[in-house]
Design a binder for this molecule. Structure first.
Ligand SMILES: Cc1cc2nc3c(=O)[nH]c(=O)nc-3n(C[C@H](O)[C@H](O)[C@H](O)COP(=O)(O)OP(=O)(O)OC[C@H]3O[C@@H](n4cnc5c(N)ncnc54)[C@H](O)[C@@H]3O)c2cc1C
Length: 387
């Protein structure tokens, strides 16, 4: 594959585009206004098999890589939708696929592939530790054949629309490990069993139509067989998943970026002010052209990250840089799109203000731009650690 080809994976693009075309701007607008979950849209994606793209064929999926998964996410956002409602399944899947036991894969993957179960949630962030993940305070203590979990998480998305959640908790106290990244473990939590029996979910109203929550764990019991991989190595497993997440979100931002640029260049050709299309003014053309160049450039780094991830090679730098470039590019495109729609950009019926809010999230989540800069400065360029 030549990664710079605009037509890479055209068959997947055509398939996802055809499905997305059944869900109009009005559908997404209504879901946003009602602060509802796009059930019909996510169901259609599931039934068509798109959300099982990364599940191996032996477990009922299509056995595709991160590159193909990223095209699916890009197309959803490019169509005017928001992958934030369902992208969790793609990257959480990778964690189970790479580190889960054969038994775990046999139990869960076929049901996830068929749509019987959703694996849309991942619980990492905590209110008192923020980005400093190694200091998480949620603990899981082994008692016989169970782990008992106590603690709190915040901003955990799609819990109300998922059956399963991947949870990061400390299994060895920070004071007892050699490296702070050791002693954490990941678990598969069956939300159907857990909610109301040790897990309390409190929704957080927020700027985007994004279902996200505070979680409170009070002696939640998880069967020991739900530990994923080896005890104490969970942070390393999560990092693998985070590289997939960052690359997929880069693709979503690229989808957003193209959406904004298509909308604004069309409008700039049609909107007549001072007896000429606004797009005839170079003061309008140049910022749009610049935003387009940024989206195209970010796209190249996205393909590089996908390629390395799919070859199981280290891709931390590329995944982070792709997410950084793409989030900045989509944000620039969003601003240009809003600006050159003038007042109409603020009208809900144009969908720009909705997409503007949605793409703004990616400056902060799942990792903030500052933390990416810090990663590049310290891990790639070898500058002294600041934390
Ligand atoms: C809508 C939404 C959905 C989310 N979904 C999930 C989810 O499903 N699962 C999950 O686990 N988490 C989720 N998150 C959490 C998200 O990953 C975090 O919000 C994000 O990583 C930033 O962490 P924080 O909010 O604790 O910010 P903090 O860590 O408190 O940081 C605040 C600000 O300070 C900056 N900062 C902090 N330290 C430094 C430093 N040393 N140098 C420079 N700048 C610094 C950061 O860049 C940031 O801008 C979600 C968040 C949102 C808003």
């Amino acid at each position: 594959m030549n990664p710079s080809q605009a037509h890479a994976y055209q068959d997947i693009r055509d398939g996802v585009r055809a499905l997305c075309a059944q869900f109009s701007d009005e559908y997404h607008r209504k879901v946003d206004a009602a602060r509802a979950y796009p059930e019909a849209f996510v169901d259609a994606l599931t039934q068509a098999g798109w959300l099982a793209a990364m599940i191996p064929q032996e477990f009922g999926g299509s056995g595709l890589g991160l590159a193909e998964a990223s095209v699916i996410m890009e197309e959803i956002n490019r169509s005017g939708g928001n992958s934030g409602a369902c992208h969790g399944q793609m990257y959480n899947m990778g964690t189970l696929l790479r580190h889960g036991s054969r038994a775990q894969k046999e139990i869960y993957l076929p049901k996830i592939a068929s749509g019987e179960l959703r694996l849309q949630s991942m619980g990492v962030t905590e209110p008192t530790t923020g980005t400093d993940t190694t200091r998480i305070k949620t603990v899981a203590v082994r008692k016989g054949e169970r782990y008992v979990v106590n603690g709190q998480k915040v901003w955990i998305s799609r819990v109300q629309h998922s059956d399963l959640m991947i949870l990061l908790a400390r299994t060895t106290p920070l004071a007892e490990v050699k490296k702070k990244s050791e002693g954490m473990s990941i678990f598969l939590v069956d939300l159907r069993e857990a909610i109301g029996k040790g897990l309390t979910v409190r929704p957080i109203a927020n700027m985007v139509n994004h279902e996200t929550n505070e979680l409170f764990f009070d002696n939640l019991e998880i069967p020991a067989e739900n530990l994923i991989g080896e005890e104490g190595k969970g942070f390393r497993y999560i990092l693998d998943g985070l590289n997939a997440e960052r690359t997929l979100i880069a693709a979503e931002c690229i989808g957003d970026g193209y959406w904004f640029i298509e909308r604004v260049s069309k409008y700039a050709k049609e909107r007549i002010v001072f007896d000429r299309p606004i797009g005839q003014n170079q003061g309008v053309q140049f910022p749009i052209a610049e935003a387009y160049i940024d989206v195209e450039a970010a796209n190249l780094m996205r393909w590089r990250a996908c390629e390395l991830f799919d070859r199981q090679q280290p891709c931390g730098a590329e995944a982070n840089m792709a997410k950084y470039l793409a989030a900045n590019a989509s944000w620039k495109a969003a601003n240009v799109c809003l600006q050159y729609h003038g007042g109409f950009g603020f009208a809900a019926e144009y969908d720009i203000e909705r997409k503007f809010r949605e793409t703004r999230l990616y400056q902060v989540a799942p990792i903030s731009t500052n933390l990416i800069l810090s990663y590049v400065a310290e891990h790639i360029l070898g500058m002294p650690r600041s934390f």
